[in-house]
Design a protein around this ligand. Structure first.
Ligand code: 5AD
Ligand code: SF4
Length: 469
């Protein structure tokens, strides 16, 4: 894959995807080239990765060039995450490096969730920062950049009160085969522990026609896999007259000629309806993987977390997925040590792992966050105990995954090849159920192609195979 900074604007214009109304909004006001250079580092989730691709597009349109080191950049941007305290600390420590390193005239900007969360406080903690902009204000980036270029040294975009989504004329995508596409921004759920509704603002969906026109252009440009993104992707509510349902949107995207795989993440259990499973059953291009965060296996904790479903309601959704005509992988997110979580409530979460037998689990220690409801709840689980619960959960899941993996031995899968190892003849790719497989092949060039691979070796967390001609 070509490194980001190798990509020129001209080649991007050829590969760019114009969002239909971006120009009207001035999102790509490519006035006189600035001749500046920018370095952009991204922390956090796939939504942030994709936001950065769009931010890079806005900057390239303004005549900036992307560089691979902050030292040689006139504009240094951090697209930040604040989901857990550790993520936020990491950003502040990165910013701290600039107290001494900042070169004359270098402009430093903080984007994303931490920018929204801390707002102008960032100027207090790191006075060398000039731009603070949350994701709900990215539409204003061209104006904010113009202010910076005019010499303004304190520029903010911190409004979250918006019903618009961030669409750009140019998106500088990192991956040449798999394209991310945000279909819904923000979040209207109010999980007690989560900063996202605060940092990303209210839920707003993108018009279905705009999504489809971008998917068609992506297919024309050679992308064969699209991944539809949203904090609660399946809460998608088409704002246009056609009111396309999420499951119908999936099917329509899959019908676009040239598209071979469609993924979507993250699904919220409350809005996970059986028609989504029916769509996956009927259309093999819809990848057979659902990421369905459960967070806890205890009804009391789920209620305290304001997750809006019970353990049984969640298990009913899982039963529909497991009952599908073709196997669908389920992965999840779990938080351990939520305020008040008792040992027996934690054991109910362990029991849920056995009941669902997830194909993958992302697990986290509860981290109190500003502007969340759970901040007011007193923490009852020590850091040490959170660590113990996390390790116990991961061990239980490791065993389940090892059992899953053992069943794959000798099976063949179609992979989309996305990685080439430094070791000769070694490649890697994803199955439709989003498993990574490392495999050997004598072929000279496989990147971006689809190949059949037979699993020859399995470990608890890895699968190894060989190319089947
Ligand atoms: N503490 C720990 N984990 C959290 N997550 C979200 N907020 C917190 C928090 N305050 C986890 C949830 C979510 C995932 C993206 O991050 O499990 O699904
Ligand atoms: Fe956060 Fe809950 Fe919204 Fe997910 S659904 S982003 S966990 S508030």
């Amino acid at each position: 894959m070509a490194p980001a900074f190798d990509i020129s604007l001209d080649s991007l214009r050829a590969r760019s995807v114009a969002a239909p109304n971006a120009a009207e909004r001035g999102a790509s006001d490519a006035s006189a080239p600035t001749g500046g250079t920018f370095f952009l580092e991204t922390f956090g989730c796939q939504m942030n990765d994709h936001d950065s691709e769009k931010v890079a597009g806005v900057l390239l349109s303004r005549g900036y060039q992307q560089v691979d080191s902050p030292d040689s950049a006139s504009l240094i941007l951090y697209n930040t995450c604040s989901i857990r305290e550790k993520a936020a600390q990491k950003v502040f420590s990165r910013l701290g490096e600039y107290r001494t390193r900042q070169r004359d005239g270098q402009i430093i900007g903080v984007l994303g969730c931490l920018a929204q969360q801390e707002g102008e406080e960032i100027f207090e903690r790191a006075p060398w920062v000039s731009l603070v902009c949350g994701s709900a204000s990215y539409r204003k980036l061209p104006e904010l950049l113009a202010e910076l270029e005019a010499g303004n040294r304190r520029v903010t975009g911190l409004d979250t009160d918006t019903d618009e989504t961030f669409e750009t004329e140019i998106t500088r995508r990192d991956n040449p085969w798999r394209a991310y596409l945000t279909i819904i921004e923000g979040c209207d759920k109010s999980c007690a522990y989560c900063v996202v509704p605060y940092t990303r603002g209210p839920e707003r969906s993108r018009a279905s026609a705009s999504i489809l026109s971008e998917v068609r252009q992506l297919a024309d440009l050679g992308y064969s896999e699209v991944q539809l993104l949203g904090q609660t992707v399946n809460s998608y509510a088409d704002p246009s007259k056609s009111r396309v349902r999420f499951s119908d949107l999936l099917l329509t995207v899959a019908d676009v000629p040239g598209i071979r795989r469609v993924r979507f993440t993250t699904s919220h259990p409350r809005d996970f309806t059986p028609d989504i499973v029916t769509a996956i059953e009927s259309q093999p291009k819809l990848c057979n993987h659902v990421h369905l965060p459960v967070q806890s296996g205890s009804d009391r904790v789920l209620a305290a977390m304001q997750r809006s479903y019970s353990r049984d309601e969640y298990l009913d959704k899982v039963a529909v997925i497991r009952g599908a005509k073709r196997p669908i992988s389920i992965t999840t997110d779990i938080i351990v040590g939520f305020p008040g979580e008792t040992e027996s409530e934690f054991e109910q979460t362990l029991g849920l792992l056995d009941a669902v037998r997830y194909e993958g689990v992302f697990s986290f220690k509860y981290s109190p966050r500003p502007n969340t409801a759970s901040l007011a709840m007193s923490e009852t689980v020590s850091e040490e105990e959170k660590g113990r619960r996390l390790a116990a959960l991961q061990e239980r899941q490791r065993r389940i995954q090892a059992e899953h993996n053992a069943t794959f031995l000798g099976e063949s899968f179609e992979l989309m090849v996305s990685g080439k190892s430094r070791r000769e003849n070694q490649w890697s790719g994803h199955t439709t159920c989003n498993r990574v497989l490392n495999f050997a092949s004598q072929s000279r060039e496989l990147l971006g192609t689809y190949v059949q691979v037979r699993v020859t070796n399995v470990g608890p967390s890895s699968l190894v195979g060989e190319h089947v001609a």
